[in-house]
Design a binder for this molecule. Structure first.
Ligand code: NDP
Length: 490
């Protein structure tokens, strides 16, 4: 069994003291109970079953939502079906106007949305405020621009919408994943039924209010809350013509099997185990920031997280020293505090999964490093962690941990880096750190990953397509490519 090293107290001396800077929550009104958003209004669920959604940082209950059943899903799909013809025929510039309006309303309500996202999901407010919400607004803004230019996007192809899209999203970027799904679907003239994740339904409920504020025609967007069962009802409903899913590879495979042979269109954005590769000529301080952003951003609850650090052997020692020093300065705690870097783990189940995989790493012989870090007494927390002495066969090097846990491996030659980076069933993203442009291109050509970042990591932009290879799924979201799954092209 390897030794768990605590941070040398020497490093702790470099950490600044910060006064608490909590974001105000006075302007946010979370209702005690939510219904379902069907046919343009909030309605009571047919299902009398409800479940609480909690704040993972405090374990306090925030609200109750409906566990949508078969009748609820059927009502939502029928509402979407009914709205489809008129929405598809609406002048494209008028469709665009609704999307611009939604984008604008997300901006107007951004502080409220950021707080809701942070309270329901546990992510630091500076991330929901500076990343999730602005990117969600940008996504609607971007696709609003395409709504009346589809003929130009696909010249001589006569683009037509498909029908009702059934969309199931995860808990790591609740509003952003909603935007990735709904914006291109609506721009292309489809209507949608969306199921948010069980642990993070609240920003979707605020989004329902935004649809009403925007006077979006009834039934164009429908939101049914619930657990996995509700998701499976959405994707298998016979009137759903297109399925879009983001989540685990396991559930992605279930969905692919469930709809095989139905003629439904499918895009899957699944897990990842990205390699973040640092060459000896890379600017080390910059690389350290990129590594930290790659794996500790959003507590590592990121499908494209740089969870495997591949570092050239000649610089492994200085790089690790810098990285450990940097880890000791990360502030873990109240996600609503504007200085917090590491928030709460999204759920108890996810915390247990992370703990289990970390245990397996120790048992298999890797060496765990965690900086000194006081975990709050209530809520779900895991300190930023890194493993050295990792073999490629260890579970921590192969499986998606989806937590703030980095596995460090080394390489000697570029070819070895390529071999190791591609030695995974996943293929969502990769990062390359080097001073040489030619090496970036050489590496990018050889990475079997949908996105390759060079001298940066975890950069997202609505204009840029995102998606995976192999067990990371198929289909692209973002950019012109993101319209394709929602269109029939002659
Ligand atoms: P899931 O894949 O189970 O959840 C994603 C979404 O699918 C949720 O809305 C979920 O509902 C729903 N769902 C679950 N089962 C079904 C089904 N049979 N048919 C249709 N929809 C379904 O991910 P988990 O939340 O369970 O997370 C497990 C692991 O998945 C994580 O540890 C992580 O490794 C990975 N993951 C990857 C993500 C990515 O972006 N690539 C995102 C989230 C997780 P509900 O929330 O109610 O269960």
């Amino acid at each position: 069994m390897a030794i768990t090293k605590k941070e040398p107290t020497e490093l702790a001396k470099h950490v600044f003291e910060y006064a608490p800077a909590p974001e105000s929550i006075d302007h946010v009104k979370i209702q005690p109970r939510y219904g379902l958003f069907i046919g343009g209004r909030m309605v009571e669920g047919h299902s009398k079953k409800r479940f609480p959604t909690i704040n993972p940082a405090t374990e306090g209950k925030l609200a109750e939502v409906v566990e949508g059943d078969e009748v609820d899903v059927d009502r939502a799909v029928k509402a979407a079906d009914k709205a489809f013809t008129a929405w598809a025929r609406l002048g494209p510039s008028r469709r665009a106007r609704y999307l611009f309006r939604i984008s604008r309303l997300i901006q107007e309500r951004s502080r409220e949305l950021a707080v809701v996202e942070t309270m329901d999901g546990g992510k630091p407010i500076k991330e929901s405020r500076d990343v999730d919400i602005p990117l969600s607004a940008a996504h609607f803004f971007y696709y609003a621009g395409w709504a009346d230019k589809l003929e130009w996007a696909f010249p001589n192809r006569k683009p037509r919408p498909i029908g009702v899209a059934g969309q199931v999203i995860p808990w790591n970027f609740p509003l952003l994943m909603l935007a990735w799904k709904i914006a291109p679907a609506l721009a292309a003239g489809n209507t949608v039924v969306l199921k948010p994740a069980e642990t993070t339904p609240l920003s979707a409920m605020v989004f329902a209010e935004i649809c009403m504020q925007a006077d979006l025609p009834p039934g164009v967007v429908n939101i049914v809350t619930g657990a996995g069962k509700t998701g499976s009802l959405v994707v298998s409903h016979p009137n759903v013509r297109k399925v879009a899913f983001t989540g685990s590879t396991e559930v992605g495979k279930l969905i692919a099997r469930a709809i095989a042979g139905t003629g439904k269109r499918l895009t899957l954005e699944l897990g990842g185990k990205a390699a973040n590769i640092v060459f000896e000529d890379a600017p080390l301080d910059q690389a350290v920031e990129g590594i930290v952003n790659g794996i500790y951003f959003n507590q590592g609850h990121v499908c494209c997280a740089g969870s495997r650090l591949l570092v050239q052997e000649s610089i492994a020692e200085p790089l690790l020293e810098k990285l450990k020093r940097r880890l000791s300065t990360l502030r873990l705690g109240d996600p609503l505090d504007k200085n917090t870097d590491i928030g709460a783990i999204n759920s108890k189940a996810q915390l247990e999964k992370i703990q289990g995989l970390v245990e397996s790493g120790i048992e298999e012989g890797a060496e765990l490093y965690q900086p000194e870090c006081v975990l709050p007494a209530r809520g779900f927390w895991f300190p930023p962690s890194l493993f050295t002495n990792v073999s490629q066969s260890y579970r921590i090097a192969r499986e998606e941990i989806f937590g703030p846990v980095l596995s460090v491996l080394t390489f000697r030659t570029p070819n070895e880096a390529v071999e190791k980076a591609n030695n995974t069933p996943y293929g969502l993203s990769a990062g390359v750190w080097t001073d040489k442009g030619s090496r970036i291109l050489w590496m990018a050509e050889r990475m079997r990953a949908g996105v390759v970042w060079a001298n940066t990591f975890n950069r997202f932009d609505p204009t840029s397509p995102f998606g995976g290879y192999k067990e990371s799924g198929f289909g692209r979201e973002g950019g012109v490519h993101g319209l394709l799954p929602y269109l029939e092209l002659n």
